[in-house]
Write a protein that binds this ligand. Structure first.
Ligand code: GRF
Length: 195
């Protein structure tokens, strides 16, 4: 089961997939390529260390045709595209060609705290501002909207009043790593269908 992983930053979610392939949890899966939308993303280093093909399609150089460039790389080569800390918006043909074959991990319980400007630490700042008692993460299919596709898996964490955004992010990230590989496993086994 061939996977492309799209990243923009540190790639701890990517690393969790690499580790779960190596330890056999994702037994029939392989990462065919890693694509970053910005130079210097540490996730690219993680890929190189694991001997995985990496590409950088710089979002500034490819303003307006970023999704098309990425489609050229993945088209016909993978069964699933995983957005793992990927901060650009995928749009156009790639969404249609890979309908229900693109998943994203978001660090909140969608529909709470999602949308174009909601990523990274900001999601946790908003959750704390709002005073939620429970937060978590969501793995969902990617459609034309932002964080609006069918939900596959959600995992929750408790939120404490004295939490800093960093502490909450760290707690959620542990669950993200589990949720992402669980979703990939289910999809690779053909166990996910959209009602
Ligand atoms: C994390 O906040 C994660 O929730 C979101 O992107 C951020 C970076 O993740 N998906 P990673 O460490 O680059 O995988």
């Amino acid at each position: 089961f061939k996977i492309a992983v799209l990243i923009s930053g540190g790639g701890t979610n990517l690393q969790s997939i690499i580790d779960n392939i190596e330890n056999g949890y994702l037994e029939n899966c392989a990462i065919e390529m890693i694509i970053s939308d910005r130079e210097g993303a540490y996730g690219l280093e993680r890929g190189k260390k694991s001997g995985i093909k990496t590409y950088c399609v710089d979002r500034k150089k490819h303003k307006g045709n970023l999704s098309e460039e990425i489609l050229k790389i993945v088209d016909g080569k993978v069964d699933l595209i995983v957005l793992a800390g990927y901060l650009s918006i995928l749009k156009g043909d790639i969404i249609k060609k890979f309908k229900n074959k693109i998943i994203n991990i978001h660090p909140s319980l969608i529909p709470a705290f999602c949308g174009n400007d909601m990523y990274g630490i900001k999601v946790h700042e908003r959750a704390l501002e709002y005073g939620v008692k429970v937060s978590g993460c969501t793995v969902h299919f990617v459609d034309e909207g932002t964080d609006t596709g069918s939900i596959i898996i959600q995992k929750t964490v408790p939120v404490y009043v004295e939490d800093t955004p960093e502490e909450l992010q760290k707690r959620v990230l542990v669950q993200e790593h589990k949720a992402l590989s669980e979703a990939i496993k289910l999809i690779s086994q053909g166990k996910i269908s959209i009602k």
